[in-house]
Design a protein. Sequence first.
Length: 277
Amino acid sequence: MKVMLCVLSSSIGAVATALALAVGPYVLTGPRNHRTNYRGREVFATAGVVLAKPLFVGAIASTLFGPHERVPLMMLAGASAMGLLGYLDDVYGSRHAGGLIGHARALLKGQITTGMAKAVGGAVTGLAAAFFLDEWRGGWVVAAGAVVALSSNLTNLLDLRPGRALKAWVVAAAALLAVGVEGGGAPVVVTLIAGAGVFAVPELREEVMLGDTGANLLGTALGIATIASVGRTALLVVLGVLVALTLASERVSFTKVIDATPPLRWFDQLGRVGDGT
C-alpha cells in the first residue's frame, strides 16, 4: 500500500509540476519575477513556487490514504510558510545584505531585511514543527527546530548555480528515504523528489531559477521529515553538519570549493548547459 501510494502520488506530483511550469510564466509576468543569472541570462526567478504542487499532492495523499496525518500536514504547513517567505524575499528582497551575518549587521543599523524576516520565520517554523510533532521536548525542541531552520537556509545557500541546490537536496532526501522516513512523510518526500526532477530540466537549461521560494520550501520539508524520523544521536549529528556548513558559508565560497574539487565539480556541472563556468 505504501509503495503504491508513493508511486501514484509522485506521478501526479510530477505531472502537476510540469503543468505549473508551463503555466507559471503566463501568470507571474511582473518584472520582479525575473532576474539575471550568474551568466547574464534573464530567467524566471520565482519558478520555485511550482514545487508547492508536489508538496500539496504528497501531503494530501499521505493524509487521506496513509495511517498518519501529523507529519505530512506539518511538512505542508511549514514548507508552505517558508516558501511564502522565500517568495517575498525573491520579489521584494535586497541583495545588498548576504548571509545571516549580513542580515544581522543590517538589523543593527536599524534595517529590517526580508532575509532577516525569513531567518526569524525559519526559526519560528522550526520550533513550531518540532513542538507539534510531539517527538521532542525540553531543549530537544530547540535542537530539532534548528535542524529545520538550518536545512531551509542551507538549501538556499547552495542555490547559486543551476541545479546545484536541487542535486544536493535530492541526494539528502534519498539518503533519508534509505534510512527510513517515519510518520507518513515518505510519500511527501518521494513526490517532492519527482517534482524536483521535473523542475531540474528547465533549470539546468537556465530557463528558470529555484530561488528562495523553492529552496526554502524543499529545505523545510526535508528538515521536518528528518526530525520526525531520527533519534537523538542522529539529530545531533545532522545539526552539527548543518551548523558547520552554515558557518563555513560565511567564510568560504562554496562555488570555489566545488570548482577546486574534481568530483564535486563534475556533479555540479552534470546536465548543465554551456561551459559551467
